[in-house]
Design a protein around this ligand. Structure first.
Ligand code: GTP
Ligand code: MG
Ligand code: ZN
Length: 356
């Protein structure tokens, strides 16, 4: 009798869960629909174009309303954005990101107005105050920098970056800095290796202090545009200084575009020799993923597929016969990895509740 009751209860639970999910999907669809119509034909769409006709340059540094453009003949132009652009109508926090190729007209020798943005081949963005905030554009890979310790390594933040990286059409590379501060056998390093080797995502362990691993980092950056992202204090700038310090030319350009400001307060694009670029960005506290969906989360947690569940559409939360929860209990899936999954699912669910 007791056993029977329990089964009934669990069946009921999963039934209820299914209902909520279905509801949830329906509403989300509706929400996106409304959203799209409201923002139809924004100025953003008109200014971002596949073909630009005028003079073209690349945004290598920016301040709230000033953009520093490097022309193809290495000239530095200070520009503003054409006034007809109404940012309020768009869902973006910012119109232009570092790394953007822009069309501009000259006002003076070294001053101009941006009249168009080249369609981006990739973009790193995050959700910030219900808007999409562009971090960098036209980047090949995101170097997701964490420190082995101080500040502590956060698996969930790495996962967020990876999802946003793929969403934006770039490749993720995990960089663990400050390995001089911990034992090479430290469990956190083993956990990182175990999780990301299954996903075929490279993990580079470095120290900007002892220079260990710097060769590997240089190699992965060769001929590519990489954006360094991560929490504040993990050593992004230290690593970039190390990589680019032997190159005087890079130093010159950085100096010009910095305008005396500290590197950590704004994004900067630095050319690498013989070719490639790297972008330093200010550290962030938390990373919200733009228009995150349940499907997107599930497509990312492919390591969970090795542990089949009783229900094919199991969400691995409280359903009976869940292979993922079993794997968590026997240690095949790490707690950090599972917690990371749960926080992402909860984020989507909270978002859903807020828009009801
Ligand atoms: N022990 C150790 N300390 C490091 C290493 N790399 C950087 N640090 C230190 O970590 C601190 C932060 O380094 P930054 O390079 O400013 O970090 P960041 O990621 O650029 O920080 P934000 O610009 O605020 O986002 C500094 O005190 C560095 O000296 C390392 O490999 N080992
Ligand atoms: Mg920095
Ligand atoms: Zn499951």
């Amino acid at each position: 009798m007791h056993v029977h009751d329990e089964r009934l209860m669990s069946d009921y639970e999963s039934f209820e869960f299914e209902e909520t999910r279905r509801d949830f999907k329906k509403e989300r669809k509706l929400f996106t629909k409304q959203d799209r119509s409201k923002y139809k034909k924004t100025d953003q769409e008109k200014i971002v174009r596949p073909d630009l006709k005028g003079e073209i340059g690349r945004v290598i540094s920016l301040e709230p309303s000033t953009y520093f453009i490097l022309t193809s003949d290495d000239q530095l132009i200070t520009a503003t954005l054409k006034g007809t652009l109404k940012l309020e109508k768009t869902r973006n926090n910012n119109m232009i990101a570092i790394g953007d190729f822009v069309e501009f007209t000259r006002l003076k020798q070294d001053q101009g107005i941006i009249t168009g943005i080249k369609q981006r081949k990739s973009v790193l963005a995050r959700a910030k105050d219900k808007h999409r905030h562009l971090i960098a554009a036209n980047v090949d890979q995101v170097l997701i920098v964490s420190s082995a310790t101080s500040p502590n390594l956060k698996i969930s933040l790495i996962d967020r970056y990876i999802i946003a990286t793929r969403q934006g059409n770039m490749d993720p590379v995990i960089v663990i800095n400050k390995i001089d501060l911990i034992d090479p056998q430290d469990p956190i390093l083993q956990e990182v290796d175990a999780i990301y080797s299954k996903l075929n995502i490279p993990v580079i362990k470095v120290s900007a202090y002892t220079k260990e691993g710097m060769k590997d980092l240089r190699l992965v950056m060769e001929n590519k545009t990489s954006v360094f992202s991560g929490q504040s204090g993990v050593g992004k700038t230290s690593l970039i200084n190390e990589i680019t310090s032997s190159n005087l030319r890079v130093g010159d350009i950085v100096k010009k575009t910095q305008k005396g400001a500290h590197t950590t307060t704004k994004a900067t694009l630095i050319p690498l020799l013989p070719s490639g670029f790297c972008i330093d960005t200010p550290g962030i506290k938390s990373f919200g993923i733009w228009e995150l969906s349940i499907e997107e989360i599930q497509n990312y947690f492919t390591d969970f597929l090795a542990y089949p569940c009783k229900f094919p559409d199991c969400m691995h939360i409280h359903e009976p016969g869940c292979g993922v929860k079993e794997a968590l209990e026997n240690g095949s899936i790490s707690l950090h990895r599972y917690q990371s999954y749960i926080t992402l699912i909860e984020e989507v669910q909270n978002e859903h509740h807020q828009t009801r």
